[in-house]
Ligand binder design. Structure first.
Ligand SMILES: [Zn+2]
Length: 361
């Protein structure tokens, strides 16, 4: 900052922002998620929510052309330079110091700019825009990342610890009254019955057991009592699963499965959730389906359906059967192999369940 004040070109500083400063730890990843300079000369940014941005403009000197830059908290992983076109010479993404990210737009000589009229506008807590030049210049859009996607950086996270750290609302599980609810989770298949076998030999029994265990942990942390119909690789027939559930006064029953398509077609992917009866079962299915789709971008929504599966037909409480993807599908199988995706699914199912419990009580 001092360095900047000493600069006699200070008068060219026209945009300077500090917004809701949710200061991110130095080690955190860059708050810049996506950016684009559009054909109309508007720069759009997507950041982590409520990011503290600082923007600067500096007039050309002997070394550089006119430059506009924005600093973001969080460290950039791969500094890079992107070639410009039209009035823009180049765009540099750099790390001015540790724990920071800087997006620099350098203009070509003799580009007419009027930085004194520039204004950075926050569109919502993730998105920003600023008009930099007039469309009279012929200019092809330049950018990286998806500006519209609001769930940030979900892919790059290696474990679930971000759930509690992040200030992203989406990643926060709703609270429910502690000690009030009992949920039965039924990991499909088990023991000699592996369920569906998918691409690379991925087994339904393993996938659903792991998702169920993570789900149990997430719900337990919220003060919801959880019972699993199986805790390991045991052969458990459908009847004992149901009678086990019916002996309790559980609020809901959630059976977790993964799909396989006939003929193991790799082009068939998607998620679906079944209920057998009642508005409660249907509501629970809808809440879960909505959440699992959010963590499975690109995978088709096969919908909430009525199904006559034994475990949801014969349980007394509202019951659903969730199909978390096709182990035989190219897109779904690649994801279901990964622990990160299993965690996301568990998280999504937990969110659907908690929303339901909060609403229905
Ligand atoms: Zn199954």
């Amino acid at each position: 900052m001092i360095k900047f004040l000493e600069n006699k070109l200070f008068r060219y500083l026209s945009v300077f922002l500090f917004l809701n400063s949710a200061i991110l730890p130095v080690k955190s990843s860059s708050a810049l998620a996506a950016w684009a300079i559009k054909t109309n000369g508007v720069l759009e940014l997507r950041t982590k929510s409520n990011t503290n941005l600082k923007a600067y403009f500096q007039k050309a000197n002997q070394i550089y052309g006119d430059r506009f830059w924005v600093d973001f908290p969080g460290e950039l992983k791969n500094p890079r330079t992107i070639k410009g076109n039209g009035p823009i010479k180049e765009i540099r993404l750099g790390k001015p110091n540790n724990g920071k990210t800087r997006l620099v737009i350098e203009f070509k000589e003799q580009t007419y700019l009027s930085p004194l009229t520039w204004e950075m506008v926050g569109l919502d807590k993730y998105r920003w825009r600023i008009k930099l030049f007039n469309p009279k210049y012929s200019f092809r859009k330049i950018g990286e990342g998806e500006l519209k996607r609001k769930t940030k950086n979900i892919r790059s996270n290696k474990n679930l610890s971000y759930v509690s750290k992040g200030n992203n609302n989406y990643l926060k599980l709703p609270d429910v009254k502690k000690g009030k609810f009992l949920v039965i989770i039924d990991p499909g298949h088990g023991g000699p019955d592996p369920g569906a076998i998918g691409i690379n030999g991925i087994r339904e029994t393993d996938v659903v057991l792991e998702v169920s265990k993570i789900l149990k942990k997430l719900l337990s942390d919220k003060g919801v009592e959880v019972k699993l119909t199986r805790k390991n690789e045991v052969d458990l027939d459908l009847f004992p699963r149901v009678s086990f559930a019916n002996k309790t006064d559980a609020d809901i029953f959630v059976s977790i499965h993964a799909n396989a398509s006939r003929g193991k077609r790799r082009d068939i992917n998607g998620l679906e959730t079944f209920y057998f009866r009642g508005w409660k079962g249907r509501l629970l299915a809808k809440r879960i389906q909505k959440q699992i789709l959010r963590v499975s971008p690109g995978s088709p929504d096969r919908g909430v359906k009525q199904g006559r599966f034994y475990v949801i037909k014969n349980t007394r409480m509202p019951a659903v059967l969730v199909e978390i993807g096709f182990l035989t599908g190219r897109l779904d199988a690649r994801r279901l192999e990964k622990i990160t995706h299993r965690k996301r699914l568990a998280y999504a199912i937990a969110k659907g369940i908690l929303e339901y419990l909060d609403k229905v009580g």
